[in-house]
Design a protein around this ligand. Structure first.
Ligand SMILES: Cc1cc2nc3c(=O)[nH]c(=O)nc-3n(C[C@H](O)[C@H](O)[C@H](O)COP(=O)(O)O)c2cc1C
Length: 185
């Protein structure tokens, strides 16, 4: 697939099955992600690969975090959190590593991490896999951050659920470009 077709047709799905990207595919995915625009070459991002038994362990972290937020959490709700990471054969946790810099503000580093996430999703799609970028409450919870071993200057940009598309792709939205662009002056 040529680059422009890939950019125009990337299509998330929440219905993912095995196989997920293998080590060779992950190497390509990280290579693509690492071409994210990056002011000052700070490399303000890193990734955790969650697969195999680690998916269930991540589910335990999500459930424990939910119990920390709400000690009265029902068992059914705890189980719901526990199941969340099992929706894909592999998850990439995208982490923004924020550095104190005199010229490069936090937002630029967060945007760079977001571009790295987008690069990873595009590369996965180019390799015949697909995925979906999720955040939700788990991306903004200090208990989850600690469970994943984040440092105090790090934050979760997203969980990229990745695997093989299960079913047909959803229709791509048709956007009218004049709704979101115009010539200035
Ligand atoms: C930062 C960010 C966080 C997101 N979080 C979620 C999420 O928690 N749950 C979800 O269903 N979609 C989430 N999405 C949206 C999906 O990743 C996806 O963009 C959406 O389903 C539309 O599909 P498309 O990207 O193929 O158009 C998020 C997207 C972004 C950029």
């Amino acid at each position: 697939m040529d680059a422009l077709t890939l950019l125009k047709s990337r299509n998330s799905t929440s219905k993912l099955c095995a196989p997920g990207p293998d080590d060779a595919a992950l190497a390509e995915i990280f290579s693509a992600a690492s071409r994210a625009p990056d002011h000052g070459r700070l490399r303000p991002w890193r990734f955790l690969v969650v697969r195999g038994d680690a998916l269930a362990t991540l589910g335990d972290v999500f459930a424990d975090a939910a119990k920390e937020r709400d000690p009265d959490l029902s068992d059914a709700d705890a189980q719901r959190y526990r199941q969340q990471p099992l929706r894909a054969p592999l998850i990439l946790v995208v982490i923004a590593c924020i550095q104190d810099h005199p010229k490069i503000p936090v937002i630029e580093q967060q945007l760079s991490a977001g571009c790295a996430a987008h690069g990873a999703l595009l590369a996965a799609e180019a390799l015949g896999y697909t995925g979906i970028w999720r955040t939700g409450i788990n991306a903004f919870d200090q208990f989850v951050n600690r469970g994943l071993g984040l440092e105090s200057n790090e934050e979760i940009s997203g969980f990229l659920y990745m695997g093989t598309r299960d079913g047909q792709p959803k229709p791509l939205p048709i956007l009218t470009q004049t709704d979101f662009m115009k010539d200035w002056r």
